[in-house]
Design a protein around this ligand. Structure first.
Ligand code: FAD
Length: 636
């Protein structure tokens, strides 16, 4: 029998990004013994890489901002497919969560009169992103980590043990959730340094594992983001929502090849950056879609005036939601008007009143990134940029108020959870999503644990053995394929056939390719020891990426319309009928060789008071007549 360590907690949080740490803090504040498990080192998560800022309607820069405007922007950005209750909670609670960070020691940039400064971002009507230069995620993580340490110090004073109620398991990867009689009983994983197995017994698990980007070839995501939480949820019997919606950020680096996909923050456009094609044309004016026509400037003069006088001018089209900008860049490149390395130009040269010094001050990370990685000085030369797989809107189906998934004891928050962002996330909404729903997930998990009393489900010995056997299988097979080769093919398939622009025949082709890859994934073999063996870890991650890819491709084939992060070449229009439909993925069939099934699930109608926040004329662009507020259908 394999040697396995066992530890017991009330709440296990998988993931140490913003949502995981905020959830763990909350569970611990509720008195629960909590573990934080992180695939990589503590402090290294996507949250750290977030540059632009955290969106919260604090009204510091423009007093007209409030939660209602933020709610409207979020719904518009998501093309009304958002879980409206999540969007409402987010818009209402985001300012408190930013204030809370400040109370815990975060140092945000200030306005001249000393308030937390807020910057413009795509799709946000007013300057709304609280920020720290272009390193906001770093400050967020630093602050919540500091709070974790403060709570550990409290516990040391009380119990003589820093880890009495809050322990971080760094470089530990969960490969299975343990389920007993349909309820969560814990999690199974391995420690990267030694390869040793660990069982975490716990009645409540919060998934906070972030994204899926590594299923695609060109991505801003780093190595950990292999859709683990999404797959763990599916394998435990939970459901995923609207997985077809994948955000391709319009501006990733395109050159040199070794850095292709690395993010170029939207703050560059928020801070006056413009997009040009190879003919020097500011092309975004040609791509303002009908639904946004009244909100965006139609001339460069008006667009430029907006930065100083936003009340009397419309926004520059470079600040359209990300899906629109990514598609526009894609079209320019396809039309032969791209930059030398297959992107377009993004420039801030001569755009800021304070010249080169202001560029360096406002965009220090971008200045450094281009100088170091591409030998480009952004104060003197344009950047070359193109779309990169960045974020998944689809995720675990959760209750908006408690973050509970369908399996009792399972919770999800942050990028791994679905619903909040609809078909397209607005920049800056993720960082506050993490804080709002991380807190709610920690609270939901703690309340669930309380509701159980003494009757906690215990993990089954056989299930633990099966999880261990599954993890060791790549060592047992001889002469199997390299996980790296299979991964490269999976990424190429997703990039080529399930990318920004999709069509039926390519999606069918993708599903056939994924079917073949399934046979190869279960046949990869690895060599070497169990400690720090990246080939082995990739072999285990492949199962997750394959499951997530199948969900994305199947849902993309099913949804015969174009909306947000899902563009069908063969169905270019947005359909009001499809807006009422969520696509839900679950696993069916043989538990040892399950298949992804897609189900259509009607969307719950928006509450009347929230509907009333929109003009009927706008709602008509998205909704069927019967969904409109009473009396509106026949009117104007
Ligand atoms: P993450 O911060 O991604 O953390 C996930 C955690 O889960 C990590 O600790 C990881 O190690 C762990 N994990 C994963 N799988 C396992 C497993 N199997 N076992 C154990 N642990 C696991 N959003 C904004 O709002 N504003 C921005 O300016 C912004 N800029 C961005 C810039 C970049 C380059 C990127 C990549 C994203 C950016 N985003 C931004 C998006 C945002 O940062 C992420 O969506 C968000 O940080 C996700 O947070 P999270 O808590 O859900 O997960």
């Amino acid at each position: 029998m394999t040697e396995i360590e066992r530890h017991s907690y009330d709440v296990v949080v998988i993931g140490a990004g913003g949502s995981g740490l905020r959830a763990a803090i909350e569970a611990r504040l509720q008195g629960k013994k909590t573990a934080i498990i992180s695939k990589s080192l503590l402090g290294k998560a996507h949250t750290v890489m977030a540059e632009g800022g955290a969106a919260a309607a604090m009204g510091n820069v423009n007093p007209n901002d409030n939660w209602q405007v933020h709610f409207r922007d979020t719904m518009r950005g998501g093309k009304f497919l958002n879980n409206w209750r999540m969007a409402e909670l987010h818009a209402k609670e985001a300012p408190d969560r930013v204030w809370e960070l400040e109370h815990w020691g975060a140092l945000f940039d200030r306005t001249k009169d000393g308030k937390i400064s807020q910057r413009n971002f795509g799709g946000h009507e007013y300057p709304r992103l609280a920020h720290v230069g272009d390193r906001t995620g770093l400050e967020l993580i630093r602050t919540v980590q500091q709070k974790v340490v403060a709570l550990q110090q409290e516990d040391h004073r009380e119990f003589g043990d820093y880890e009495a109620r809050l322990k971080v398991w760094a470089e530990t990867t969960v490969t299975r959730l343990l389920v007993k009689d349909g309820r969560i009983a814990g999690a199974f994983g391995y420690v990267r340094e030694t390869g040793k197995f660990v069982v975490f017994e716990a009645p409540a698990v919060v998934l906070a594992t972030g994204g899926i980007g590594k299923a695609f070839k060109v991505t801003s995501n780093s190595w950990e983001y292999t859709g683990d939480g999404h797959a763990l949820a599916l394998l435990a019997g939970a459901t995923l929502l609207n997985m077809e919606f994948v955000q391709f950020h319009p501006t990733g680096m395109v050159w040199p090849p070794s850095v292709k996909g690395i993010l170029v923050t939207e703050s560059v456009r928020g801070d006056r950056g413009i997009l040009l094609n190879s003919e020097g044309k500011r092309f975004m004016f040609d791509y303002i879609p009908e639904v946004f026509k009244d909100k965006y400037a139609t001339t460069p003069e008006e667009a430029d005036r907006w930065y100083d006088d936003p009340d009397n001018n419309r926004r520059p089209p470079e600040l359209l939601p990300r899906d629109e900008v990514a598609r526009a860049i894609n079209s320019e490149v396809k039309a032969g008007r791209g930059s030398p390395h297959g992107g377009v130009f993004l420039t801030v040269v001569g755009r800021m009143p304070g010249g080169a010094e202001e560029i360096k001050r406002r965009l220090p990370a971008m200045h450094h990134q281009f100088k170091e990685l591409a030998d480009v000085d952004i104060t003197k030369e344009p950047m070359e940029v193109g779309p990169t797989c960045h974020y998944v809107m689809g995720g675990v189906e959760v209750d908006p108020d408690t973050a509970a998934a369908l399996v009792p004891g399972l919770f999800a928050a942050g990028e791994v959870a679905g619903g909040m962002h609809g078909s397209n996330r607005l920049g800056g909404n993720s960082l506050t999503d993490l804080l709002v729903f991380g807190r709610r997930a920690g609270l939901g998990a703690a309340e669930y644990v309380d509701s159980l009393g003494e009757a906690r489900p215990a993990p089954d010995a056989e299930e633990i053995e099966r999880a261990a056997a599954e993890a060791l299988a790549p060592f047992e097979r001889e002469g199997g394929e390299s996980p790296y080769a299979v991964h490269a093919e999976l990424q190429q398939t997703m990039n080529d056939l399930v990318g920004i622009i999709r069509k039926e025949e390519e999606l069918v082709q993708a599903l056939e390719a994924l079917d073949k890859l399934r046979a190869r994934v279960v046949n990869v073999s690895v060599q070497g020891g169990h400690g720090y063996n990246p080939g082995w870890h990739l072999a285990l991650d492949l199962r997750n990426m394959l499951l997530v890819s199948e969900c994305i491709a199947k849902a993309a084939l099913e949804r015969t319309e174009s909306r947000g992060g899902h563009t069908r070449d063969d169905y270019p229009e947005m359909s009001a009928e499809w807006r009422k439909v969520n696509l839900v993925c679950r696993l069916v069939g043989d538990p040892d060789d399950p298949r992804v099934e897609i189900r259509r699930q009607p969307m719950e109608s928006m509450r009347e008071d929230l509907l009333a926040l929109f003009d009927v004329a706008e709602l008509k662009k998205y909704m069927t007549p019967e969904e409109l507020p009473a009396g509106a259908a026949a009117g104007d």
